[in-house]
Design a protein around this ligand. Structure first.
Ligand code: B1M
Length: 217
């Protein structure tokens, strides 16, 4: 669809206001929010990621794109979460220490809210101590750790070990995700689950909580 392409290309250029306006127009045209997200915004972000990797785009430009994505996500968020009914459980989310990437984590949060979970987002650069404090305070069913850097993914291991050391692991399961994370890595660090993307994060959470609709493995 033409409007999705426009969302993608304007996002790549970092035109925040235009992307936001197009997102509103796409919603008015009754394009499903999930389609706007995957075929407009994420498609555009994929191109940016590749260009960034090949040194065809640089940090300040990527930052502008990330801001545009965030603004548009604010518009989409209530629509993605519209199906939200009674809470099916509480999920604590955070990007681990040293890492400030939050777009993927935010998507995971939105998808989980959309699937009917309460989400408490601790933000980025979250220390293991902050995770433990929040677990004691919020009593979540699951905590979700995100990392986008190969240098910060090892901080996930530290969080898992700290939860054990602080004896707060009994009633909480840990899931991990982010571009450099794999299923093997998740097992290595003794996480309870791994999700490749935001949609599968919902499936993994449902499966860990033994809720209906979890895909059979
Ligand atoms: Co950064 N960055 N960045 N960056 N950045 C990457 C990750 C990188 C792969 C780019 C590259 O070189 N190709 C590279 C990492 C290399 C590596 O470690 N292997 C990189 C680097 C090097 C850096 C800096 C070190 C650059 C520098 O300063 N020299 C720096 C680090 C800062 C820090 O964290 N301390 C940095 C900074 C930034 C910006 C601030 C400019 C910006 C972040 C803005 C923000 O997040 N608010 C940024 C961005 C935007 C990117 C890219 C281009 C896009 C990331 C993104 O948002 N993708 C990225 C390149 C890329 O990924 N192609 C890159 C879209 C998002 C929807 O996908 O986050 O993967 P993703 O999330 C997915 C899945 O991974 C999964 O579901 C999501 C949705 O489907 N998922 C989970 C994520 N978390 C999950 C948790 C779960 C389950 C699934 O359960 C809990």
């Amino acid at each position: 669809m033409e409007i999705l392409e426009q969302i993608s290309t304007n996002l790549q250029e970092g035109y925040a206001e235009r992307v936001k306006k197009l997102t509103v127009e796409a919603l008015e045209a009754r394009i499903p929010p999930q389609t706007i997200l995957t075929e407009g915004l994420i498609a555009g972000m994929d191109v940016v990621g590749k260009k960034f990797k090949n040194n065809e785009m640089f940090l300040p430009e990527v930052l502008t794109v990330a801001r545009a994505m965030k603004m548009s996500m604010e518009v989409l968020k209530p629509h993605l979460a519209a199906a939200n009914v009674k809470s099916r459980g509480k999920i604590l989310l955070g990007t681990v220490k040293g890492d400030i990437h939050d777009i993927g984590k935010n998507l995971v949060g939105i998808m989980l809210q959309g699937a009917g979970f309460d989400v408490v987002d601790l933000g980025t650069d979250v220390s293991k101590e902050k995770f433990v404090e929040a677990i004691r305070r919020e009593q979540p069913d699951i905590i979700g750790l995100s990392a986008l850097l190969t240098t910060t993914m090892m901080n996930m291991k530290q969080v898992v070990e700290f939860l054990d050391a602080q004896q707060v692991r009994n009633n909480v399961k840990v899931i991990v995700g982010g571009a450099p994370i794999s299923k093997n890595f998740a097992s290595e660090i003794k996480a309870d689950g791994y999700a490749r993307d935001a949609a599968s994060a919902v499936d993994v959470v449902k499966s860990l909580l033994h809720l209906d609709g979890a895909p059979r493995t």
